[in-house]
Design a protein. Structure first.
Length: 365
């Protein structure tokens, strides 16, 4: 389940990098958008994402105003607000259709108009994380939540991907999201990313097509899609393997360390993940973190893992127990030199433990 949550959080990514207010909202985003829908309907998850303050702030839709909106005609916010295409573009390119999904720049602009007025209530006086306090207005104690503001909404009908959306306020955007989530290109994009994440860096075309068909036939039912992934023979094939992301590797390392391995670690998880270049809720762009071996197997990343493995093993000392027990969970070939080192009782147990955690085999899921 946590692997699915991590996948969908990365698919509908927000980032705290340079975004102080998103720092305060990132936890609620995962709790309210991703977790409730991870085995639900894709459309519901995307809609929840589109209406969460974290996404609206991160991709600037909260300040998007139609050029012919009532507020624009009255001159309110002139020079400060205008039509913002950021979220509409990422909704098409990253969340649904994909970069090759058949949309054009005109569709981005029209979708951005559809989504005008989707803003955030309660930002005035919002409290930011310690060290990043600044006043945003004069209405303290107010909940930060989605709001539809008619004065910011572009009037009239809009056309996205050849489909007309008549005037309907917030319903325009919800209908557009529903149509995008049901599109065949969306099924292909989602299936390709899922197969890449759970099966192989280069997802087999036929396998992607099989998962895409389940997605379409089920109306985006993610429970059925997830079960179809589990049933894939390719997912269990010996040659199918994925490198552990730094977050996965750190969790696996702490589990392998036993109860003592987690002592005093909770307060250090954030800096450790930054050291591993996989900070929590902080991908470098709306595209999320990379999901291939080339993204995590460069020399610098692997050296960081080796250093952390040695630091942890040193801290545990002889409390690591018998390092040979790790041979049961690390898939080492019989002639792998790491096996001989871990089995060599003349070497300090902590050193052997670190060698196992830093071994090539331990880097794979």
């Amino acid at each position: 389940m946590e692997r699915l949550i991590a996948f969908w959080s990365n698919h509908l990514a927000i980032s705290t990098v340079g975004e102080p207010l998103v720092v305060a909202l990132a936890g609620s985003y995962e709790r309210e958008v991703i977790r409730p829908h991870v085995l639900g309907r894709f459309e519901d998850m995307v809609r929840a994402s589109s209406q969460h303050p974290a996404m609206l702030v991160y991709l600037d839709n909260f300040q998007s105003m139609g050029p012919n909106a009532p507020a624009a005609r009255r001159g309110r916010g002139a020079g400060q607000r205008g039509l913002n295409e950021n979220y509409a573009r990422e909704l098409l390119e990253l969340h649904t259709l994909g970069v090759n999904g058949g949309y054009e720049q005109g569709d981005v602009q029209e979708l951005a108009r559809v989504l005008t007025g989707w803003t955030v209530r309660g930002l005035a006086g919002a409290r930011l994380p310690a060290g990043r306090q600044r006043r945003l207005g004069s209405a303290p104690g107010r909940a930060i939540e989605f709001a539809f503001e008619p004065a910011l909404h572009e009037p009239g009908a809009k056309t996205v991907l050849g489909r007309r959306y008549g005037p309907g306020g917030v319903d325009e955007g919800e209908r557009a999201i529903r149509d995008l989530c049901a599109h065949a290109a969306t099924a292909e994009l989602v299936a390709g990313k899922l197969v890449k994440h759970f099966v192989a860096d280069d997802p087999p075309v036929a396998t992607v097509a099989r998962i895409a068909r389940v997605f379409l036939d089920s109306g985006g039912d993610l429970r059925q899609v997830s079960l179809a992934l589990v049933d894939l023979d390719e997912a269990w094939a010996e040659e199918s393997r994925k490198i552990r992301s730094p977050q996965d590797w750190l969790v696996a390392t702490l589990r392998a360390s036993g109860p003592r391995g987690t002592d005093g670690v909770a307060d250090r998880l954030a800096p450790l993940l930054r050291q591993l270049r996989h900070p929590l809720w902080a991908p470098p762009s709306p595209a999320g973190f990379g999901d291939a071996t080339r993204d995590w197997a460069d020399p610098d990343s692997l050296l960081n893992r080796a250093e952390l493995a040695r630091t942890l093993a040193t801290r545990l000392g002889r409390g690591v127990g018998d390092p040979r027990r790790l041979l049961d969970v690390v898939d080492l070939a019989a002639d792998d030199p790491t096996r001989a080192l871990v089995d060599d009782s003349s070497i300090d147990p902590a050193e052997r433990f670190a060698l196992a955690l830093a071994s090539p085999a331990f880097q794979w899921r």
